[in-house]
Design a protein around this ligand. Structure first.
Ligand code: CCH
Length: 268
């Protein structure tokens, strides 16, 4: 039986606002789930990516980079039960798309057709360490995103998702939001990177940066975008032109969600 995509999207929209969750909204963590499910892709051997919904299995489920995402997956599970014909791989990626649009972002091109692996062989589950390490710099970011098939412009555009959500000491070890509007998709992240003065936060946690109000944060990988001579002009473009950022983000995020999907290539 076919999935009623219209009803499913409406059901996703209906669970986004949640007073029990950070900032009253689960959209940001759903975007992170869609990204981490997809960002394990390696173009070298065409492994990883969202197809298979392999994040349910070890070692991917216990990758430190995925800490906290079990909660996001659990929040989507009732929708899987209500729409049994949707694969979790489609549900997790679509939820990220619906969340961004509901938070006033662009509509990302998205296509169904992923299937769930029920008993994946070890080789079918991406190993730990494929997702970026926030403590590192631009050469690491390039290694990770070039492995997926992205270029510098895509990397900067995708990083703009950090306009949403926040860091948690019990998940990544970092703390705080990047912007004052963590549930509204915008180019605020780029504006802050360009216009704020960022200094090292003095605390016992991992190295992160704070703005002059001490309420907002940047990871070392975020700072790398303005310290790198090739990334910086792209950050400045997006800081100055929200529409351009939205257009480039939607294209790059759409490409991310397609990585490794085993069906006839979707038209992007
Ligand atoms: Fe990210 N991200 N991300 N990120 N991320 C974190 C949270 C979010 C990195 C590290 C972190 C992307 C790229 C990178 C989101 C979307 C995207 C956290 C905090 C770390 C650390 C996790 C916690 O403690 O809860 C690094 C490193 C990179 C690249 O180098 C990309 C690409 C995307 C999407 C397109 C979103 C959204 C969040 C907020 C999650 C939440 O729970 O609020």
């Amino acid at each position: 039986m076919a999935v009623n995509w219209f009803a499913l999207e409406n059901d996703i929209k209906a669970i986004l606002k949640n007073p029990q969750w950070d900032d009253g909204h689960i959209g940001p963590v759903l975007v992170r789930l869609a990204w981490h499910a997809s960002g394990t892709y390696s173009k070298k051997d065409n492994t990883g990516g969202s197809d298979g919904a392999t994040m349910r299995f070890n070692p991917e489920s216990s990758d430190g980079a995925n800490a906290g995402l079990e909660k996001a997956r659990a929040m989507l599970e009732p929708l899987k039960q209500k729409h049994p014909n949707v694969s979790r791989a489609d549900l997790w990626t679509l939820a990220g798309v619906v969340a961004i649009e509901a938070m006033q972002g662009p509509r990302t091109p998205w296509y169904p057709g992923r299937t769930d692996k029920e008993k994946p062989k070890t080789a079918e589950i991406p190993p730990n360490g494929r997702l970026p390490d926030a403590s590192q710099g631009s050469s690491h970011i390039r290694d990770v995103f070039y492995r997926m098939g992205f270029n510098d412009r895509d990397i900067v555009a995708l990083s703009g998702a950090h306009t949403l959500g926040r860091c948690h000491t019990d998940r990544s070890g970092y703390t705080g939001p990047w912007t004052n509007t963590p549930t509204r998709f915008s180019n605020q992240y780029f504006k802050l990177l360009v216009n704020e003065t960022w200094t090292k936060k003095e605390w016992n946690g991992p190295l992160q940066y704070e703005d002059s109000s001490k309420e907002l944060m940047m990871l070392p990988t975020d700072m790398a975008l303005i310290w790198d001579a090739k990334f910086k002009p792209i950050v400045e473009e997006y800081a100055a032109d929200k529409e351009l950022f939205f257009k480039d983000f939607a294209a790059a995020f759409g490409k991310l969600l397609e990585l490794g999907v085993k069906r006839p290539a979707a038209k992007l």
